[in-house]
Structure formats: C-alpha cells, structure tokens
Design a protein around this ligand. Structure first.
Ligand code: NDP
Length: 254
C-alpha cells in the first residue's frame, strides 16, 4: 500500500467526546477531512449543532448525542446511536475534559470529584463502551487526550486533581493497550502542552508566564495536534499502542 493511503479514513467511523469545540472538534474535523464519518458527544447543545453542520460540510456523515461522559447510561446510549448510524466504530477520541484551579489545601471534595469523574472516569467509561463494539470487530483505535500535566506540574496555577487525572489517563491507556492488544485494538494517548482553546484563552493574563517556560516560547494551535491524531487513528500506526505522544513545544524536556 502506498504510504499516503495508510492515512486514508474513508469508510471508517469515529466517535469524539467533547467534540463540540476546542481540541475535540478539531480532531473530529481532521478525521472527517480524511474521510471518516463522525459521531460527536458533548454536553453543549448549541455548539454540537454547529459542529455537526461543520462536519457535514466536509462531505461526511455526522451525528451528535447530548451526553455527559460521566454518566454510564448516557455513554452507552450515545455509543449505541453511533453504531446504529454507521454500523461500526473504528476510532474513539476522548477529548472531553476540564480543569479546576484550587490550592490543594483548599480544594473541595466536589471540585476533586468533578475533575476526576470527567477526566478519568469519563475516559474509562468511553473506552469500555468502545471495546464492547471493537472486540467483536477485532479492530479499533482509541486516542485519549491526556496532557503534559500527566508528567509535569504546571505553575503558577494549582491543579492537583487535573494533574492526577491526566497521569491516570496515561496509565489507563497503557493498561488497556495491553489488555486489548490481542483483539487488535490499539490504545494511545496524546499529551498536548498549552494549546489555544476556550480552556486556555479565558485566562490571557497567564500566557506570558507560561510561554517563558516553553522552549518554543508559544502555545500550540489545535491544528498542530492533528497530524498526530490522524496518524494514531489510521493504518499508519498499526504497531503503535500503549504510547503517549507528547506535543508540547519541548516543555517537558526541561
Ligand atoms: P474545551 O473546554 O475547549 O472543550 C471541552 C469540551 O468538552 C466542551 O465542548 C465541553 O462542553 C465538553 N464537556 C465538558 N464536560 C463534559 C462532559 N461531562 N461530557 C461531555 N462533554 C463535556 O477544552 P479543550 O479543547 O481545551 O480540551 C480538550 C481536552 O484536551 C481536555 O481533555 C483537556 O484536558 C485536554 N488538554 C487541553 C489543553 C489545552 O491547553 N487546551 C492542554 C492539554 C490537554 P462545555 O463547553 O459545555 O463545557
């Protein structure tokens, strides 16, 4: 097969959580551009509707589910809808996630639970649903959006729950990669550094302090993550599993 054809995703079906905006939406558009049909899961109804229209404009089929990934029954329903629509599921991108900034000694139990529930449990619940579809297929690629925060501690903001959750996502990824390798299901994580999305653009007063710590001296654009997403989703990476792909402008090298 020609190298170029290894990246082809025509005929594949992808599900993207947090797909209504930010990194999730950018990943969905990249997979759609390479030919995949896409199912978008999110809690934001209006953004979801816009995102579906944007995906359809790329010439693929797109469906959406209003789904809170921390609720197992909603996740199950949303995955069932995707399979009913597309007949299969080849790619899962887990991008839904939040951070809450609070000093460790002041963080409330509710804040801790909210971050761990969404970033770690939500990722697991979606991986689990994907595997229940992909094991009978004996194929699939799962991409968990972790973070460089899974291996370094960001400053000056305090985000212990987020850092712990993302480290958890990285180890969850490795564990499931080993468990599901015999089923030809690959599980990888992608760890961005600071990336310009709504999550980070709402705190412009922090940017200069962050950028001085990044060897490339700037934050990433979402489009700088997409080659990696297509690589991990496609047949270009059939022997890559259990890997954490860091895209951080060399932040974690220091
Ligand atoms: P955004 O906040 O821009 O997008 C996250 C999306 O997820 C939003 O549409 C949000 O909806 C949705 N969402 C929130 N809660 C839930 C839920 N319970 N169930 C389903 N969907 C939900 O974030 P980013 O695009 O910046 O981040 C995406 C992922 O990338 C996250 O996992 C994040 O931790 C990770 N990441 C981001 C970095 C960055 O610098 N931006 C760096 C490293 C990792 P709503 O708009 O209603 O909240």
């Amino acid at each position: 097969m020609a190298l170029r054809d290894l990246f082809e995703l025509k005929g594949r079906a992808a599900l993207i959580t947090g797909g209504a905006r930010g990194i999730g939406k950018a990943c969905a558009a990249a997979l759609a551009e390479m030919g995949a049909d896409v199912a978008l899961l999110d809690i934001h109804k209006e953004n979801l509707a816009t995102a579906v229209a944007d995906m359809e404009a790329l010439g693929v089929r797109a469906v959406s589910s209003l789904c809170d990934v921390t609720v197992a029954s909603e996740v199950e329903e949303a995955f069932a809808k995707a399979v009913e629509t597309f007949g299969r599921l080849d790619i899962l991108v887990n991008s839904a996630g939040i951070t809450i900034w609070a000093k460790g000694e002041e963080m409330t139990e509710e804040q801790w639970d909210r971050v761990i529930d969404l970033d770690l449990k939500g990722t697991f619940l979606c991986c689990q649903q994907a595997a229940r579809i992909m094991i009978p297929q004996q194929s699939g690629s799962i991409i968990n959006i972790a973070s460089m925060s899974g291996q370094i501690v960001n400053i000056p903001q305090c985000q212990v729950a987020y850092n712990a959750a993302k480290a958890g996502v990285m180890q969850l990824t490795k564990s499931l990669a080993v468990e599901w390798a015999p089923h030809n299901i690959r599980v990888n994580s992608l760890s961005p550094g600071y990336t310009a999305t709504e999550m980070t653009m709402t705190v412009p007063e922090y940017h200069a302090g962050w950028e001085v710590l990044i060897p490339m001296r700037r934050m990433a654009r979402t489009d700088e993550l997409l080659g990696a997403v297509v690589y991990l989703a496609s047949d270009a990476s059939t022997y890559t599993t259990g890997h954490d792909l860091v895209i951080d402008g060399a932040y974690t090298c220091l």
